[in-house]
Design a protein around this ligand. Structure first.
Ligand code: GCW
Length: 677
């Protein structure tokens, strides 16, 4: 059944199957020696992939012959050592690979080569992707190294099986039956992640429970680590700062206390005895009620460095989140993270990442990039994206996030002059430290299709591809995903891609246009609630509406958020004339009658965007309906019915917001929303 369980690894006969079978893959034999766990995993994948995609039997042969596919490392295939490309192999990183058409001992072959077994697995996935996406297999000379070292999912899975901000069912970790019972789903999860290069997973929620570090739970986690290991995926856990008190029998968690430091060292030693390749800890401290070093008069760096010291002998890493804000009336949430962390630049141990979210508030449909990217040149920074659509319609709305991710990654911080993009900062472009990372909060759950909405799969996929290479274009990623998920048929592709590429702007239009933000429902975070008046929630009002104006003054004369950016970015945001329209109400407080670039006044412009958003959802429905009969019924109906739901929700957002705003603006909905002449 076409229920989406296979994700992008469907391995259905490619539409141009004949093309491949006739020109180079017919009778192709495979040489693939080696018995390690990872090589066996790679071989299984190649076998499933080739036989499914091409509908030909998979045959292995030990002796070299013409037209062969040869797969391995110089250890598993000693033949590779004598080849001209051997030097190139040595130039690969631990996870890199080559895919080449080459002549070996007079035989024409294709080689998938890496220095490590994991590199081979990644190479196999790439080779299969070439076939899945109908690329030419002629003149192959592909060399790939990941641009970021740690590419990690951050599950917000609770130990009771629920998922915080998860909209696709329950946690896929069946803790009760672990470690003995290993569901097939764990292997499929590992395959999917390996296929896009994800090499780490934090199993549990940052709103942590100390008991995840208790021996019984560690044993369970080791069961998952065993499944993931062949796929190059390391297991990480969140560490609750108060664990020494909660589960360690100490009366403090003070990082200055030698007993506390010893407790963490012993705990880490125990973890590595159970999970020898354990990745490390992710920590949310002194944020939204979580305990942390500030409880003891210590800094974030003091806390992170204590854990880093314990992990260091084993090569473990600390991800220390920078998502912190004070629930106080006088502090603008937007400036808080920068203010707390910027002064600590250079104080963190070398195996610590500081991990801000992509923007300075909280995973809104659009935010300017977080000013800490560009603000901590001496600290390894990991960026946290949210793949689960907490503020983007949950699993009910079709929103391709590749474009959001790309917009953030390609934002220029001007930290070190033009071209200092967030992507370059993540890649350690100034070489001020030795590591690089990116994190994504996944949208994965027990739903049959993993992500609830079929198109949610594209967001998981896009995160992985961008983690491997943050400079990949979101359009290219969408195309690969659509080809693998639906078809290589141009008429299908162009429709699917059109929808994907417009979907995020559509969502922004019907929910939070012109830089508005954080006006969603207080409890669910779905649907409009700009009228919410909880004093903490609106501490630094997210829209500050009055009968005269709307928006928050975050300029140098306001809360000063614009001053956290390097010039010319800071100046641009600060000047209402230069500030990009999509961030207008984020940085500025603007009168209703303010003249916009379009010639409309602010009120009419706002109305225009809300109406446009609803119209665009209807356009998406029309485009989707053109796919009727071109793709399978099940997936067609699934998306079609969700689009109907999305249309209703878009209307709810539009009317809810505009009716509320109108009580203040007292202005009419203009009869003609078109561009004024
Ligand atoms: O926005 C908030 C979410 C919380 C989340 C928090 C965080 C894990 O609503 O559910 O908690 O962000 O990122 O820590």
């Amino acid at each position: 059944a076409e229920n989406g369980y296979e994700l992008w690894l469907r391995y259905k006969l490619v539409s141009k199957g004949e093309f491949y079978t006739s020109y180079c893959l017919k009778n192709r034999k495979v040489m693939f020696p080696g018995e390690t766990e990872s090589l066996i995993a790679a071989k299984k994948e190649l076998q499933a992939g080739l036989s499914g995609l091409l509908n030909i039997p998979y045959t292995e042969e030990e002796t070299l012959e013409d037209n062969m596919l040869i797969v391995g490392t110089p250890q598993s295939v000693p033949l590779f050592k004598e080849q001209a490309f051997h030097a190139e192999i040595n130039g690969l990183s631990d996870e890199g690979y080559l895919i080449l058409n080459c002549t070996i001992k007079g035989k024409k072959t294709t080689a998938i080569v890496a220095r490590t077994d994991i590199g081979v697995l990644y190479g196999v996935f790439h080779y299969l992707r070439l076939i899945q996406t109908n690329q030419s297999l002629d003149k192959l000379h592909i060399k790939e190294n990941p641009k970021l070292k740690y590419r990690v999912l951050n599950h917000w899975d609770n130990l009771n099986g629920t998922v915080e901000r998860g909209y696709a069912g329950y946690s896929i970790w069946n803790w009760e039956r672990l470690p003995s019972y290993k569901e097939q789903r764990y292997t499929d999860y590992a395959r999917a992640n390996a296929s896009i290069g994800i090499n780490g997973t934090v199993l549990n929620n940052v709103n942590a429970q100390a008991k995840s570090l208790r021996t019984d739970w560690l044993v369970k986690a080791s069961g998952l680590a065993d499944v993931f290991r062949p796929y190059g995926i390391k297991v990480y856990l969140t560490a609750k700062f108060s664990a020494p008190k909660e589960i360690g029998g100490l009366n403090t968690a003070d990082p200055k206390d030698p007993q506390v430091r010893k407790w963490w060292k012993d705990k880490v030693e125990e973890i590595y005895s159970l999970i020898p390749d354990f990745g490390g800890f992710l920590v949310k401290a002194n944020s939204e009620g979580q305990p942390g070093p500030q409880d003891y008069g210590c800094s974030h760096a003091d806390g992170a460095n204590m854990l880093a010291e314990a992990l260091k002998p084993y090569g473990g890493i600390v991800f220390w989140r920078a998502f912190v804000y004070q629930n106080e009336r006088h502090v603008d949430r937007v400036i808080n993270g920068y203010n707390e962390f910027k002064p600590l630049d250079g104080e963190f141990a070398e195996n610590v990442f500081v991990q801000p979210k992509n923007g300075p508030i909280d995973f809104q449909p659009r935010e300017p990039f977080h000013p800490l990217f560009g603000g901590m040149p001496y600290t390894p920074l990991s960026l946290e994206f949210q793949i689960t659509q907490e503020n983007l319609g949950h699993a009910g709305h079709l929103v391709y996030l590749g474009t959001l991710f790309e917009e953030v990654l390609q934002s220029d911080t001007y930290e070190n002059g033009k071209g200092s993009t967030v992507s370059k900062v993540l890649q350690n472009y100034q070489k001020t430290h030795g590591i690089s990372a990116i994190a994504g909060v996944p949208n994965i759950g027990t739903d049959l299709n993993w992500t609830g909405h079929l198109f949610g799969q594209a967001n998981w996929y896009a995160f992985g591809r961008l983690a491997w290479n943050p400079d990949t274009s979101s359009g290219k990623i969408a195309e690969d995903w659509a080809r693998m998920t639906f078809s290589n048929d141009k008429s299908v592709l162009s429709l699917v891609l059109k929808i994907m590429m417009m979907s995020r702007e559509t969502y922004v239009n019907y929910t939070m246009p012109l830089g508005l933000n954080h006006i969603m429902n207080y409890d669910t975070h779905n649907g409009p609630e700009p009228w919410h008046d909880d004093p903490v929630w609106t501490a630094f009002d997210y829209h500050k509406i009055t009968k005269d104006s709307i928006g928050v003054n975050r300029t140098a004369k306001g809360t000063g958020a614009t001053r956290q950016y390097h010039n010319p970015v800071g100046e641009m945001f600060d000047d209402i004339k230069q500030c990009p329209q999509e961030y207008l109400l984020w940085f500025h407080r603007v009168p209703w009658n303010y003249k916009m670039a379009s010639g409309r006044n602010l009120w009419d412009e706002l109305v225009y965007h809300y109406y446009k958003g609803v119209d665009e959802v209807r356009q998406i429905q029309t485009i989707w309906n053109e796919l009727d009969g071109k793709i399978d019924r099940e997936r067609f109906e699934h998306v079609a019915s969700l689009l109907k739901y999305q249309e209703q929700e878009a209307i709810w957002w539009r009317d809810g917001c505009l009716l509320f705003f109108q009580e203040y603006s007292r202005l009419p909905i203009p009869a003609n929303l078109e561009q004024p002449k």
